[in-house]
Write a protein that binds this ligand. Structure first.
Ligand code: UDP
Length: 247
């Protein structure tokens, strides 16, 4: 990243710099991996490059389906240009199959298919451990309007249908994933658009024939082979993998 660019925000896996044009940001993908609310940390060389590559492929694809999003262009192996948005402080979790926190929370068996797609909301607040919250809390705390929430759920379900099919076609089950949305000013109106990233860091992806995990659970559960799994996803998506050792 150009050393004179102003750092706006540093998160666990990405940094955001001010873009050259007003209303834009440069999203820089780090190799840092964290889990369990950052209690587990490591650096996995090449993870950021693969997430940028995969996310830069999936955002325009989702856009083709009519979902507005922040992605503008992939600038380099670790950077993408995005529209600057006001992030709505919610993590939207979409689940097709039970895995991860819902199993611990509700006693579901990992791998059991859900009768219908579940959309959950979590408060985006690391200090509180991103707790699950109800729409009543969202309304009470003024985090999003009812119209925004309706739009977010509609977009989330459409993205789920689209990505489930896209991954199914390359032999991968989309188990669950996390989305973030932001407010963006367009022609004087605030609209809700998809932000953040779409990558194996934010999705659970299982090989359909072997059930092998191809996502960040390889790090969370010390399974090893994370780079190989992310590379395999990129390969199946037909993407050309750059040198993943580049800094
Ligand atoms: N997720 C995420 N960031 C978070 C929490 C969850 O990207 O801060 C993703 C996670 O990768 C998985 C889905 O959301 O694909 C559901 O995660 P879950 O609630 O099971 O939480 P976790 O297993 O991370 O405790």
């Amino acid at each position: 990243m150009a050393s004179d660019a102003e750092l706006i925000y540093e998160g666990k896996a990405k940094k955001l710099y001010k873009g050259q044009q007003a209303g834009t940001l440069v999203q820089y993908f780090k190799d840092d991996a964290t889990a369990f609310n950052a209690q587990k940390k490591d650096t996995i060389t090449g993870k950021g490059i693969l997430n940028n590559l995969i996310s830069s492929h999936l955002f325009p694809a989702v856009g083709e389906m009519g979902i507005p999003h922040h992605f503008i262009d992939r600038l380099s192996p670790r950077e993408q240009l995005v529209k600057s948005v006001e992030i709505i402080p919610l993590e939207i979790i979409i689940r097709n199959t039970a895995a991860g926190s819902i199993c611990a929370r509700l006693g579901m068996e990992e791998g059991s298919r859900l009768d219908h797609t579940l959309v959950e909301f979590c408060l985006k607040d690391d200090a509180l451990g991103d707790p699950v919250i109800a729409t009543e809390h969202i309304r009470l705390m003024g985090l999003a309007s009812d119209d925004e929430l309706d739009q977010i759920v509609d977009y989330s379900l459409r993205i789920n249908d689209f990505l489930s099919g896209l991954f199914f076609a390359i032999g991968i089950r989309l188990v669950d994933f996390k989305l973030e949305f932001g407010r963006y000013q367009q022609d004087g109106d605030d609209i809700v658009i998809l932000a953040d990233e779409l990558s194996p860091d934010n999705c659970r992806l299982w090989d359909i024939s072997t059930d092998e995990k191809m996502d960040k659970d390889r790090f969370r559960r010390d399974l090893g082979g994370l780079i190989e799994a992310y590379s395999e996803i990129a390969r199946r998506l037909g993407l050309e993998i750059p040198d993943i050792t580049a800094s």
